[in-house]
Design a protein. Structure first.
Length: 168
């Protein structure tokens, strides 16, 4: 399929992009959270890790990474900082000592209430209604699901191409 010059120009207008509003909103959300998170002595990515552990304590880096769409190379330094701040401890699983579980410390558990107050306060200041927030969350989750499927298709296609190349 070949696009016409007018189509190319229209497609590439920033205002016509789906990705840009999500990118800009994400940056603005992180900027809004940053001052409050600094008071808690954590970064936004560390906050995300803590939220995963507040939901279910004792998870591996791999499990946390799946939930946050982050690889272990990105997560490991975050986890090390959380350990050095005394918010989590890393312990070997009893059933398999090759698995390292990330456990909240008492300080990590205590931070949950402060984080909830912070999150609630920021939501109230946002001017969004609960219905608007739910609608946005539903739309974003749908996009994440579709983009995850696209990523899986791409990875499978690359694996199939590699297998075909090896057979040649």
């Amino acid at each position: 399929m070949s696009l016409q010059k007018e189509q190319i120009n229209e497609i590439l207008k920033l205002g016509n992009q789906l990705c840009f509003p999500f990118y800009a909103a994400s940056r603005l959300i992180v900027q809004a959270y940053t001052p409050a998170l600094e008071k808690l002595n954590i970064t936004y990515p560390q906050y995300l890790v803590l939220m995963v552990l507040w939901e279910k304590d004792g998870q591996s880096v791999k499990d946390i990474g799946k939930k946050l769409f982050l690889d272990s190379g990105t997560l490991t330094p975050l986890m090390q900082k959380l350990v050095s701040h005394g918010l989590i401890a890393r312990v070997r699983a009893k059933r398999d000592d090759r698995i390292v579980l990330n456990m909240l410390t008492p300080a990590g558990r205590d931070l949950k209430a402060k984080a909830a107050e912070m999150s609630f306060s920021l939501f109230c200041k946002s001017g969004l209604t609960i219905e608007e927030a739910e609608q946005m969350r539903t739309t974003a989750k749908s996009l994440i699901s579709k983009m995850t499927k696209l990523k899986t298709l791409k990875e499978n296609s690359e694996e199939n191409q590699l297998a075909a190349d090896i057979q040649i």
